[in-house]
Design a binder for this molecule. Structure first.
Ligand code: 7RM
Length: 652
């Protein structure tokens, strides 16, 4: 960890928001931020209740927080329908005919849904779900491309109290099976396919493959995005139905019933340090309060903004900062279906120019890919509509930050580097754009109501520039409530290092000004292009191949992706390493998990480095792939020749 910490210490460039930005922003000065932050930590219930009041509640809560560590209930006794805050309220507050979603498909077509139209679509699809027997708390899996229908399906679930679990469209059939089994889903909403880099991703086909293994699905509703010529699908009688057919049979009005504030809203799977993904459970009132409030202050959403978050709805960023937070704020947002480099690396900038995007939120990995592609792409477009930029997903390297600031922001847009997690539901550490001085590489300061700290092994707070574990010392409304079906794992993973305090799993330090510098994961979780991937997941995919005896997976620094995946594999007797087997294993991992998990490199070894007690020493492998050398202590290694062999291979 020390290496990264030192490299950041040299960063002294500081950027302050312009007077003009500050003048119109909600939080205009650091004094205002500090006062509000201090109050919000002293009296979190007062701060969060004031924010929650801005949402639509059918019944007010009796108690803001019920905290029996590590279990929180927020807005106890309150009743709301999340969908009313995101959609219905805008029909009577002057936004009915305002664009909610401006969608652009990868081939280039575009479609706008006003809040009134969105309302009609959501009501209609809520009725479709009801007609198909979906009841409150039933789990509905959503496996769709980036189309408005994905958002409509999520909101329709929320509206009827069903629990959605969105699976990223890049995940494979096997990944679908694991998640369906874990949450025991009853229905799936999918599409015939989605466009990606000119090709068609066969989503319905993947669902069919998954349903050969999981038998609990009673209903599959298929949205026709592509059409029969390019995406032929087989519809199974009695199980599968077209979205448009079901829609035609269902009314377009629906009265939203209120659910308990702690009613489950969604389950989203994320990687942990074992091979089994964790189903992170979020609940209605607290999650909506967190996403609404962070959008309001951190993206400083105003009525004339055009906001664009480039994430996929299959990740938490898409849930919080496409579906729930922005719509609860009544903003106009752009949604784009496809790849950033289709037909070339100018696509994003073309979209910014075309729709006059004012707030743009993306990931460092995308920024690095743009840098590599060349300045000619942004330079060919008028980006002067932009007023605020954001990043999320991993630490941003100062070079990427500076490029983003200058080439995209024209030197005068604040950048909000937002640190948060699937588990936190909403942004936790971030600049406020109208006041916080930023430095390339730091997510700066905790948001209102967030009591972040860095602790050492003994639970003492670290001094400035001392590395430690990032924790949150008080509950916050959008925190996960549990890991679905696994309370023990919930307690063990997040609440056992320091009782009563949430451990994020990230290493970090603060600087003298109190800015938080996130170093990266402390557990066996990789961050590949901003996506979490457990090394254990990739390992178990590899050993599922008939030729593989054992596998160890580590990350190594990667120019574009942040981290690349490197696998070390020993083969079962009778199998020989070859380029063909290398390819086969990569494809095998792609098939089991999804393309993002394919190893960048696979090394075959006669044995893996192990301790005397038989534990694979990933620490050594990690250092080896990063530097080609091993400097650390290898006295616990059982057979040191193993390392020499691997070193020779890597040098080649
Ligand atoms: C939103 C999201 C969470 C992990 C987290 C960190 C890393 C995310 C930043 C960051 C440094 C950031 N959810 N991370 N944002 N690291 N600076 N601004 O990404 O659950 O998929 O990942 O991502 O390691 O623990 S996530």
């Amino acid at each position: 960890m020390s290496k990264n910490i030192e490299s950041h210490l040299t960063e002294e460039r500081t950027f302050k928001p312009s007077k003009e930005f500050a003048k119109n922003a909600r939080i205009k000065s650091m004094a205002q931020y500090r006062r509000m932050h201090k109050e919000s930590i002293k009296k979190p219930a007062t701060f969060w209740a004031r924010e929650a009041k801005e949402l639509s509640w059918q019944k007010k809560w009796t108690k803001v927080l019920d905290w029996k560590a590590p279990y929180a209930k927020w807005f106890v006794g309150g009743k709301l329908n999340v969908c009313e805050s995101c959609v219905d309220q805008h029909l009577t507050n002057g936004r009915a005919n305002k664009a909610a979603i401006i969608w652009e498909g990868e081939p280039g077509e575009s479609r706008t849904l006003t809040y009134r139209q969105l309302h009609r679509e959501v009501c209609n699809f809520a009725n479709v779900l009801i007609n198909n027997g979906i009841k409150p708390k039933d789990r509905v899996m959503i496996y769709m491309p980036m189309t408005p229908e994905a958002v409509i399906a999520m909101l329709a679930c929320a509206r009827i109290g069903a629990v959605h679990s969105v699976i990223f469209g890049g995940f494979s059939a096997d990944s679908i099976v694991d998640r369906l089994e874990d949450c025991e889903a009853k229905a799936i909403v999918t599409s015939d396919g989605g466009y990606r880099r000119g090709g068609v991703v066969p989503l319905k086909q993947n669902v069919d493959d998954a349903l050969k293994k999981y038998r609990g699905i009673e209903t599959v509703i298929v949205h026709q995005r592509i059409g029969t010529e390019k995406a032929p699908v087989k519809m199974k009688r009695g199980r599968d139905a077209w979205w448009h057919d079901e829609s035609a049979k269902a009314p377009s009005t629906h009265k939203a019933k209120a659910f308990d504030s702690e009613h489950p809203l969604f389950i989203l799977y994320t990687s942990g340090s074992t091979g089994k993904p964790k189903g992170i459970l979020h609940t209605a009132g607290g999650y909506l309060t967190g996403t609404y409030t962070t959008c309001k202050y951190i993206f400083d959403m105003q009525d004339d903004d055009v906001y664009w978050c480039t994430a996929d709805v299959g990740w938490i960023t898409g849930h919080s900062y496409i579906t729930y937070g922005p719509l609860a704020n009544g903003v106009t947002q752009v949604m784009y279906e496809g790849a950033p480099n289709f037909p070339d690396f100018g696509r994003f900038w073309k979209i910014v120019e075309k729709y006059n995007v004012t707030i743009f939120y993306t990931a460092p990995t995308a920024i690095r890919a743009f840098i590599k592609a060349g300045n000619q792409f942004p330079e060919a477009h008028d980006l002067s509509s932009l007023r605020l930029l954001g990043t999320v997903g991993e630490p941003i390297n100062p070079e990427a930050w500076m490029w983003y600031h200058e080439k995209i922001g024209g030197g005068n847009c604040p950048i909000v580097d937002t640190w948060w997690q699937t588990e936190t539901g909403a942004i936790m550490i971030s600049p406020l754009p109208g006041c916080t001085p930023t430095k390339p590489g730091t997510a700066t300061l905790p948001f209102f109501g967030i009591d972040a700290a860095i602790l050492d092994e003994n639970g003492n707070e670290c001094k400035a520039n001392e590395g430690g574990k990032l924790v949150i010392r008080q509950p916050w409304p959008s925190m996960l409530r549990t890991i679905y079906g696994d309370k023990k794992r919930y307690r063990d993973t997040y609440w056992s290092d320091y009782p009563g305090q949430y451990t994020a799993g990230d290493g970090a330090r603060t600087d003298k000004q109190g800015n938080f510098w996130i170093v990266g994961r402390l557990d066996d979780v990789l961050n590949v292009s901003g996506h979490r991937l457990g090394t254990a997941e990739v390992e178990s995919a590899l050993v599922a191949h008939k030729a593989v005896a054992e596998a160890a997976v580590v990350g190594r620094p990667h120019e574009i992706k942040g981290q690349g995946v490197v696998a070390f594999v020993t083969l079962k007797a009778g199998n020989k390493s070859s380029e063909a087997l290398n390819q086969e294993l990569r494809n095998h991992v792609g098939k089991i998990i999804g393309a993002i998990a394919k190893p960048d490199e696979i090394y075959f070894a006669p044995a893996l480095p192990k301790t005397r007690s038989g534990k694979i020493m990933r620490r050594l492998l990690k250092e080896l792939v990063a530097t080609g050398e091993i400097t650390g202590n290898i006295t616990t290694l059982e057979d040191s020749k193993v390392i020499q062999d691997l070193q020779a291979q890597i040098k080649k």
